[in-house]
Design a binder for this molecule. Structure first.
Ligand code: KDG
Ligand code: MG
Length: 408
């Protein structure tokens, strides 16, 4: 059996999804997602210029050897661009393998450990009242877990993941007016004065059952993060995400000495080599990698297994930047993983998105139910894809009030 061709599409409804379709000489095809938010053309070029020419003629069933060929075969390894490109190839090969076997990918991994996988939604408010309304709306829809992000009083611009005005849907992290980023202003003191109390008011209003999560988005120093994690202990967060910049892994040691608030890290990691210290030293409780830029199912599964040895559970990244293809790949891992924790999930299910990526995966009352169809259980409508093309966009950059550049 041979791979005969592979195509890359960039575009989508309100997003630049990078979709890979691998064709074989037996008519079976596989789908992968290489979307790297606001850098989408780069994994697409890596696929197109380097990986696809090598892939043609290979046997798609040999997904492990193909992974090793691209990983070990590249002298300059890893990084989000290469790993997102391999990730897409790997997902597509598992899709093909499942279709050949007539089995859903979760069965190839070892079978289901659960039916529905717990997900969390993003509640967001320009102010605390807005955040109350947003949480209430998700609770009403049956969600059992929500991430809380709120505008900070006195901060001159919106802070991470908070829209500038009342949220009316859409993507407010990516600005599609061009590649020159907007600037957000950050003030750690204001954040630290406001956020612990805001989290505790949400807990008071919504009671003990609702799982509450919060993303600091790498903005605190190790000492500030340790103090914050300790102060919010009475709120009993499900997790505190990215309290410090991900590069400084030793920072978590100080935090661990001072607090038992569960910590989630890893959405910017691309391989097990960035996670192993945090996992083996048991400095985190949840690992946040994504199948896309952590090298696909083959590599993410290795990270999940290492995490399982150290009581670290999964909490795969699921920002709206992931296409329904990688969300499907993660749904199969979530159905199988013995150490599954939670899945970040934002409903992409607009009619346009469903038309582009038809599937019968579904969300019900805060749980994601994986499709039982062979392979990944998702399709890609090339006719629909003709409606979309690449649109340049950017993340904001963050500066302190005196102009110093800070972590986004
Ligand atoms: O592209 C960046 C986003 O994916 C990121 O800001 C989202 O932090 C994020 C999250 O937890 O979803
Ligand atoms: Mg995050």
């Amino acid at each position: 059996m041979k791979i005969t061709d592979a195509k890359v599409f960039v575009g989508g409804p309100g997003k630049n999804y990078v979709t890979l379709k691998i064709m074989t000489d037996q008519g079976v095809y596989g789908l992968g997602d290489a979307t790297l938010n606001n850098r989408e053309t780069l994994p697409a070029a890596y696929l197109h210029d380097y990986l696809i020419p090598n892939l043609i003629g290979m046997d798609p069933r040999r997904s492990e050897d193909i992974w090793q060929f691209f990983y070990r075969g590249a002298y300059f390894r890893r990084g989000p661009i290469a790993m997102a490109a391999f990730g897409a190839i790997d997902m597509a090969l598992w899709d093909i393998k499942g279709k050949l076997a007539g089995m859903p990918v979760y069965d190839l991994l070892g079978g289901k450990s659960r039916d529905g996988a717990l997900v969390y939604a993003h509640a967001t408010g320009v102010d605390l009242e807005g955040l109350f309304d947003s949480v209430a709306a998700y609770v009403e829809q049956g969600y059992k877990a929500v991430r809380l992000q709120c505008g900070i009083p006195g901060m001159p611009t919106a802070s991470y993941a908070v829209p500038e005005g009342k949220f009316a849907g859409g993507d407010f992290i990516t600005d599609f007016s061009g590649i020159i980023p907007k600037t957000e202003i950050w003030d750690t003191d204001r954040y630290l004065r406001f956020m612990p109390e805001a989290l505790s008011k949400i807990r008071e209003r919504f009671g003990p059952e609702l799982k509450l999560l919060h993303d600091v988005h790498h903005r605190l120093t190790p000492r500030e993060a340790a103090a914050f994690a300790k102060e919010v202990e009475p709120v009993r967060l499900f997790w505190l995400e990215d309290p410090t910049p991900a590069e400084d892994q030793a920072a978590l040691r100080l935090l661990r000495q001072h607090s038992t608030t569960p910590i989630a890290i890893g959405e910017v990691f691309n391989s097990v080599w960035e996670c192993n210290k945090l996992i083996e030293e048991e400095l985190i409780d949840f690992i946040r990698v994504a199948v896309t830029y952590a090298g696909g199912i083959t590599h993410a599964r290795r990270i999940v297994d290492l995490a399982g040895l150290h009581n670290v559970r999964t909490g795969f990244h699921g920002a709206p930047s992931h296409s329904p293809i990688s969300m499907a790949a993660q749904a199969h891992l979530n159905a199988w993983a013995p150490n599954f924790g939670i899945q970040e999930y934002l409903v992409l299910g607009t009619p346009e998105c469903d038309a582009l990526f038809p599937s019968d995966h579904f969300l019900k009352e805060g749980q994601f139910f994986v499709s039982d169809a062979p392979g990944l259980g998702i399709d890609f409508d090339e006719g629909e894809a003709k409606r979309y093309s690449y649109k340049p966009g950017s993340h904001p950059v963050v500066r302190l009030e005196d102009g110093t550049l800070w972590n986004y």
